[in-house]
Design a protein around this ligand. Structure first.
Ligand code: XMP
Length: 508
């Protein structure tokens, strides 16, 4: 049994960070919606964190705290809104503050406690709140204060219940990681057993128990997630596993060949590669609407896949590279669908295969670590994220073979230059987008009337938010020169300087 910390999701933009920090500290953590907390299944839970959130406890319909939770005797840490909720629920007084406290704030610890044990007694923390706990509930004492917040930290005198008004999960908070570490080790007394070898061991047992002598297939895209799924299942099941690679013709230049070579030749997997380029291109002919393109590709992908599956009479299971972030993004009540991601939940109901999602508790960086441990080359494991619908959503307007060539070739130049200038480690994702816009240019003595190409490069941690990368002008200049010289059909290159939000990373 693995010790677990449950993070109740009250809607803070930092809630996933809390989970990640705790996992990085070696304890398995998961995000749960407060109304979905399962009181029957608490054996493995060593502690509960109540996340922050955008509400005031006095808002109509503000999420509440079930008092039963405080009676379980499981250690609890309320962060920001979570702390206010504890205070409010137990009869303390939360008040609105005229001055919102936002950003770095100096606090001073004035009472010994487990959370700040051995740390400096005064340090900077990241605050982001309007309300604050004015009067502590009965049984609680204040542990720290800032100039505007008298109760920046609180604890119950006899129960393992703590509250912090600041965000310990945000890097700017000095001692933030230590405070979370002290909570999980000193208060929750959780065992730090969350490691990748442990994960592999656990999954091996789980999957072997489930599959027995059945056969598992998976759709391999060559991206990090499906590659790691394939490597993991190959490791666990060997001949009982077959990855199927549907080449829709919308991958980056030479990528389809690379995927085939790596998995067939290096990993010696029973790889099946289906060349479906023409099918996809025919269906996409004349289609410009982004969501329609995504739907066509998603549906056709499944069709091709189903046809292949029919050849596997004995296949009973289908493995998918769904990540924890996909589960959170499509599953929690607080998340909104911005774009329909094609690798999540798109399988037809009548497909008689049982779904296995071995990575659905992992974050991307954990998946990468797992891939390396399983022997995947760094080139695959550290591959940039790539959307399921591929280059079709990087070609604004209708998709043609010639336009695919233009994005593939320009993307290759961009990748080469980013790498040769040593920027590939610091930029999270970079690619080109072909617009249907045409502008006038001049080449030699001739007038040209060709496409505008967009360079998109962003820094990000998880793709949820992003900032445009500050690529030096000289590098941008070189990329622009090379693209306009080497890629026929493009005579103008522009750089996208939009963050996410308000923009998304992809253009469609
Ligand atoms: P956006 O454009 O929503 O992208 O800011 C966030 C991240 O998700 C990737 N992305 C997708 N990945 N299927 C995927 O597997 C999709 O349909 C899809 N759409 C966007 C995008 O490349 C970025 O990394």
């Amino acid at each position: 049994m693995t010790d677990k910390i449950v993070v109740l999701d009250y809607g803070s933009q930092y809630n996933q960070l809390i989970v990640r920090r705790i996992r990085d500290l070696g304890v398995y953590a998961e995000l749960v919606h407060p109304t979905e907390f399962d009181y029957k299944d608490i054996k493995e839970i060593k502690g509960i964190v109540l996340s922050g959130g955008p509400n005031s406890v006095y808002d109509d319909g503000a999420p509440t705290l079930d008092q039963r939770l405080l009676e379980l005797k499981i250690p609890i840490l309320g962060i920001c809104y979570g702390m206010q909720l504890i205070a409010h629920t137990l009869g303390g007084k939360v008040v609105g503050h005229q001055k919102k406290e936002y950003g770095l704030t100096h606090i001073r610890v004035n009472h010994d406690n487990h959370l700040t044990d051995g740390l400096d007694q005064a340090f900077d923390v990241w605050m982001s709140h309007g309300d604050l706990v004015h009067t502590l509930p009965k049984g609680f004492i204040s542990l720290a204060s800032s100039q505007t917040t008298p109760n920046a930290m609180m604890m119950h005198v006899s129960l393992p219940i703590y509250g912090i008004q600041f965000h310990a999960e945000v890097r700017n908070t000095v001692n933030g990681t230590e405070i979370l570490d002290h909570f999980i080790t000193k208060v929750c007394k959780a065992d730090k057993t969350w490691t990748m070898p442990h994960f592999i061991e656990q999954k091996t047992k789980e999957i072997k128990d489930l599959v027995k002598d059945g056969h598992v297939i998976c759709a391999l895209s060559g991206g990090v997630d499906s590659s790691v799924v394939a490597a993991l299942l190959n490791h666990i099941l060997k001949d009982q596993f077959t990855p199927i690679f549907v080449d829709h013709g919308l991958l980056r230049k030479d990528e389809a060949e690379e995927v085939d070579q790596t998995f067939r030749n290096e990993f010696k997997m029973n790889l099946i590669t289906v060349n479906a380029k023409k099918r996809f291109l025919d269906l996409l002919k004349g289609v410009s609407d982004p969501e329609t393109k995504r739907k066509i590709i998603g549906t056709e992908f499944i069709r091709v896949f189903e046809e292949e599956v029919k050849n596997f009479k004995d296949a009973k299971y289908l493995a998918q590279g769904t990540l924890y972030t996909d589960v959170i993004e499509s599953g929690t009540k607080t998340a909104k669908t911005i774009k329909s991601h094609h690798n999540v939940g798109g399988l037809p109901k009548d497909m008689k295969l049982i779904l296995i999602e071995p990575l659905n508790t992992l974050f991307k960086d954990e998946v990468r670590a797992l891939g390396l441990l399983l022997g995947l080359p760094n080139a695959i494991v550290s591959r940039q994220p790539f959307p399921g619908p591929g280059l079709a959503i990087r070609i604004l307007g209708d998709v043609t073979e010639d336009k695919i060539r233009m994005v593939q070739d320009s993307d290759q130049i961009l990748r080469e230059e980013i790498k040769s200038h040593g920027l590939d480690k610091s930029i999270w994702q970079y690619f080109t987008v072909l617009t249907p816009l045409k502008t006038v240019g001049v080449m030699g003595d001739n007038r040209t009337y060709d496409h505008v190409l967009v360079l998109r490069a962003v820094t990000s941690i998880d793709g949820m938010t992003a900032d445009f990368a500050k690529i030096p002008y000289e590098v941008l200049q070189k990329i622009s020169n090379r693209i306009t010289n080497e890629v026929r059909g493009i005579n103008r290159v522009v750089y996208d300087i939009t963050s996410k939000p308000p923009g998304t990373i992809e253009w469609e």
